[in-house]
Design a protein around this ligand. Structure first.
Ligand SMILES: Cc1cc2nc3c(=O)[nH]c(=O)nc-3n(C[C@H](O)[C@H](O)[C@H](O)COP(=O)(O)O)c2cc1C
Length: 370
């Protein structure tokens, strides 16, 4: 594979940057991003991939923006690792709605990392763990670090006490049973469950994990109609630890900030040996999401639930080669730009049309992140 030389942005740099970005979590592992590197401005643009939207589960594309935000955070970390200062502009071109972020890499006067190596190294080690946790509580100072990580990105984590957790789980269970009963949504989510080793998008059935024997934790049943292929139910931790990722507003820019906050918090957790997984079902039904807004004193816009604890590592989920085009001014690969809402995306796993992809990063990210 040859990657174009981008003057001050070398092919090796580009590999490091894209490997990090594509290792980000995304809803149903749709990986709804593609990249454009501009050698003139030495910037990497992150575009959404409307073809990998989930029109029934995520009609406003909010979860897609969260996923892209997570990829942007990884890009920032990788730039930092390379000794470049990342200057991020979210939604830089109102006339290009599919261009979600521009990350300009600036030479630093001296090679100093802002975050230190642990967070960067956590990118490759983080996997969603849908397995039972041991129940050993994550200590308060570590939880405080997670909440600080979200805060610096312009979002926050609400960490409910026992009664609050029960309520959040009840609302999530309600979302889950509605999803299973809704034939359109159930079919959409099944499209993204793949046999092990088949395809680079979607979730391999082996990464799904068991159901909770006691029925306390409503893990998403991605493949409701294929129950027989799921692992046998197991007993999960009695006291679930959860955080609600929230933002003050609910605009597209807030979703991108929430995605960066999500990834920052997940990586801090991973660096501490804490496992995480995500629960989004209640966010997919307006009334349930509304019910999660918090108290009158501290109203917020809930974006996602993060479950955390100690336990086994999550199963590996594949990534597609990073799709990259180069050259041209900001926003040039606008062929797929379109309205962000109500877009009829297709769940097809086939390669998407768009600008010519002139470089594909082919190795799995785990092998390329030192
Ligand atoms: C916005 C968003 C919503 C998600 N919702 C769920 C969910 O409801 N249930 C779940 O098990 N995983 C959920 N995930 C996790 C993805 O399935 C996971 O990130 C993806 O399969 C890639 O796997 P990895 O996290 O192990 O890299 C979500 C991730 C994101 C970014």
């Amino acid at each position: 594979m040859t990657v174009p030389d981008l003057s001050l942005l070398t092919a090796e740099d580009l590999e490091v940057l894209l490997a990090a970005a594509t290792a980000a979590p995304s809803i149903h592992n749709t990986q709804p991003w593609r990249f454009h590197a501009d050698p003139v401005t030495r910037s990497i643009e992150v575009h959404r991939a409307p073809q990998r939207a989930l029109p029934l589960t995520d009609p406003a594309c909010r979860a897609q923006y969260l996923s892209v935000g997570a990829a942007v955070f990884n890009l920032r970390l990788a730039a930092d690792r390379l000794g470049r200062r990342p200057v991020v502009r979210l939604l830089p071109r109102p006339d290009q709605p599919a261009l979600l972020a521009g990350v300009r890499l600036i030479e630093r006067p001296y090679p100093r990392e802002r975050w230190g190596p642990a967070l960067y190294q956590a990118i490759a080690r983080r996997h969603s763990s849908r397995m039972p946790f041991t129940g050993r509580p994550v200590p308060g100072p570590v939880v405080a670090e997670l909440t600080r990580a979200a805060r610096v990105e312009g979002a926050w984590l609400r960490v409910p006490a026992f009664a609050g957790i029960q309520r959040v789980l009840r609302l999530t269970a309600a979302g889950e049973s509605r999803n299973v009963a809704d034939s359109g949504r159930a079919a959409e989510s099944r499209t993204w469950v793949t046999p092990p080793g088949a395809g680079a998008y979607g979730i391999p059935v082996t990464a799904l994990g068991p159901r909770d024997l006691a029925g306390r934790i409503p893990l998403r049943d991605f493949a409701a109609a294929r129950r027989t292929r799921r692992a046998p139910a197991l007993r999960f931790e009695r006291h679930t630890q959860l955080a609600v990722l929230c933002t003050a507003h609910d605009r597209r820019v807030d979703w991108l900030r929430a995605g960066q906050a999500l990834q920052h918090a997940l990586l801090v957790a991973t660096a501490h040996g804490v496992r995480t997984s995500m629960l989004h079902q209640a966010m997919e039904w307006p009334d349930l999401r509304h019910a999660l807004r918090g108290t009158q004193q501290r109203r917020c816009c809930p974006q996602l639930l993060i479950r955390f604890g100690y336990g086994p590592e999550g199963g590996w989920t594949p990534r597609a080669p990073a799709e990259l085009s180069t050259g041209g001014p900001l926003g040039r690969p606008g062929g797929t730009d379109g309205p962000p809402r109500g877009e009829a995306g297709s769940p097809s796993l086939a390669a998407e049309p768009g600008p010519p992809v002139i470089a594909r990063v082919t190795e799995p990210p785990d092998h390329r992140i030192p």
